[in-house]
Design a protein around this ligand. Structure first.
Ligand SMILES: [Zn+2]
Length: 127
């Protein structure tokens, strides 16, 4: 980090990470492609402070999701789940479907009257 201060490096790491909570290696590579020579160990240490990623890594969640599929390609693997039934809202909407991309962790929510396979497919079409 000869050319930038530690604070600037920290800001760059967070800016790159916050795009989609990318892991330390992806952030390190992305910054390298942009010409920043920030050590991987620094990126890793900085990102240990991310509360959202820490929650994702929690032992409890890993136990529940131990066989979770994963893809580095955006859209390669998505996680889909419904929540509800909720109190019926406008137009009889009772369920919320959430779709999360495994690579980017970008989420998308859609509203549904039912929580069946047809609703799931419709939600994926919208996402
Ligand atoms: Zn994060």
């Amino acid at each position: 980090m000869e050319h930038i201060s530690q604070q600037e490096a920290t800001d760059l790491v967070w800016k790159e990470h916050e795009v989609a909570h990318l892991g330390a290696w992806k952030v390190f590579k992305a910054l390298g492609r942009k010409g920043y020579k920030i050590p991987y160990s620094f990126v890793r240490m900085t990102l240990k402070g991310c509360e959202i990623c820490a929650k994702f890594r929690e032992e409890k969640m890993r136990d529940q999701w131990h066989s979770l599929l994963y893809s580095d390609e955006p859209g390669g693997v998505v996680y889909v789940d419904f929540t509800g039934p909720l109190l019926p809202g406008c137009g009889g909407v009772k369920y919320i479907q959430c779709i999360v991309d495994s690579a980017t962790r970008v989420a998308h929510a859609t509203k549904h009257k039912t929580a069946d396979a047809m609703a799931a497919i419709k939600g994926l079409d919208q996402g």
